[in-house]
Design a protein around this ligand. Structure first.
Ligand code: AMP
Ligand code: GLY
Length: 418
């Protein structure tokens, strides 16, 4: 398992439930993965060291969590060595690593999305922007760890974002090209489809919360909570998204000689005129994974091996009808600067079926003591017969967990108009 976040801890936890698994290694993992897997001190971008570790430990399947190694071609490199690896190739991962690539693909194959235009020339982008109606969305082309999208309510704000990306190069070459995009409104939803490039499984869905403060205020984060399934999801919407968006997207990538294997992530806006794509990602979402995988009834190793071998049609993927709610506990100051090294207590006081997935944690100087080591520290997850039940349960338990400066949103999965 490559990666170190709560998404990766969730994957390790789910994989460990398979009777086919003897041992799991996490690179680099965290204190949570260390309880079920052996952590290896290798960063996700050190592909050569990962290859060596896979050989040395006779690892049968490698699962890639985050996008950066996918975009760097880790899957291609593993495949050229004949190794089983779950994730998108570099070519297929362009659907995430280049928003211009994704947009061109969507346009060519008629996938529903926002109107947009791409620019590599700053002056031309400014001219186009001056005539655009507000709000307007400015997106940097490349990977930007959540910092590449600005929804601007004024011309000044939009011009500022453009200058940031294109003139001041705040994101490096990720901002060499930008998209200027129509603003869409509606319900946001993340959808995930397992695919071996031929068979596309029906999507599983979740909602995530990106802003730091309650009521979706304040700066963007890596994600402060999530729940699954969305309260507004119907079987018809699920099927429509699978048939009209995810299957055509996989087919399009295949036709462009970038066959997509792995899990395809659609970030959608459910608008009055139907679902539209905001972005595609080439991996599972964080924190969506933490509320989606606990609902998976099928053996995850069976799914992943079937995808590697191109036999997904033989696997029936089943999801439980229960609801899951996940709340992220973060360090004070996150997403700005924060302190780390604080002991975490209360994890032994929780109801037995509460799941705690670690992100920024490590074992402190006292053996067995888990301390904070990052901005997002834990995702605490509860399940229930419905969202309200899962929500009550997660909040009643999270209040038992303590570390200095801990912060979490109080409004995750709060359904206002229902
Ligand atoms: P992305 O990384 O493209 O998903 O964008 C990050 C966030 O920006 C999304 O989760 C949306 O909340 C918002 N966003 C992106 N594109 C649009 C759009 N065209 N209209 C409205 N909001 C958007
Ligand atoms: N939940 C947003 C992401 O994983 O990109």
């Amino acid at each position: 398992m490559i990666g170190s976040g709560a998404r990766e801890h969730t994957l390790v936890w789910k994989l460990s439930q398979s009777p086919r698994v003897k041992e799991i290694y996490a690179a680099p993992g965290n204190a949570g993965t260390g309880q079920i897997a052996r952590n290896l001190e290798i960063t996700p971008m050190d592909i050569e060291a990962l290859l060596t570790a896979v050989g040395d430990n006779k690892i049968d399947l490698t699962v890639v969590g985050p996008e950066a190694p996918l975009a760097a071609g880790i899957v291609d490199r593993f495949q050229s060595r004949g190794l089983a690896v779950f994730g998108a190739t570099k070519g297929a991962a362009q659907i995430e690593s280049s928003k211009v690539f994704a947009k061109q693909l969507m346009r060519k194959y008629g996938l529903p999305g926002a109107q947009s235009a791409s620019f590599s020339d700053y002056e031309a982008a400014k001219r186009y922007l001056r005539q655009h109606r507000l709000p307007v969305v400015i997106k940097a082309d490349g990977l930007a760890a959540g910092k590449g999208v600005v929804v601007a309510d004024s011309q000044a704000e939009a011009l500022e974002a453009l200058a940031d990306f294109m003139e001041r190069k705040s994101l490096g070459e990720a901002g060499d090209q930008v998209l200027i995009e129509e603003h869409l409104s509606g319900q946001e939803m993340s959808v995930f489809a397992f695919t071996d490039a031929r068979t596309v499984a029906p999507v599983v869905t979740a909602c995530d919360y990106k802003r730091i403060y309650d009521g979706d205020r304040g700066p963007n984060t890596g994600g402060m909570g999530s729940y699954s399934p969305p309260y507004f999801l119907s079987p018809a919407l699920n099927e429509m998204v699978t048939e009209k968006i995810m299957k055509p997207a996989v087919r399009a990538l295949g036709e462009e000689n970038n066959p997509y294997k792995g899990v395809l992530y659609g970030g959608l806006m459910i608008t009055n005129s139907g679902p539209k794509v905001l972005e595609f990602n080439a991996r599972l979402g964080d924190p969506e994974t933490q509320v989606v995988l606990p609902r998976l009834k099928t053996d995850l190793v069976d799914i992943m091996m079937a995808i590697v071998q191109g036999k997904l049609e033989e696997v029936n993927i089943e999801w439980s009808g229960k609801a899951c709610v996940g709340v992220v506990m973060a360090s004070a100051g996150y997403p700005g600067s924060y302190k780390t090294g604080f002991p975490i207590s209360g994890l032994d006081k929780l109801e037995t079926d509460i799941l705690v997935f670690h992100a920024g944690t490590k074992i402190g100087d006292t053996p067995g003591q888990v301390v904070t080591s990052g901005g997002r520290v834990l995702t605490v997850v509860a399940s229930g017969e419905n969202i309200a039940e899962a929500r009550d349960k997660v909040y009643r338990n999270i209040s038992l967990i303590h570390f200095e400066g801990s912060y979490y949103r109080k409004d995750i999965a709060e359904i206002k108009n229902n």
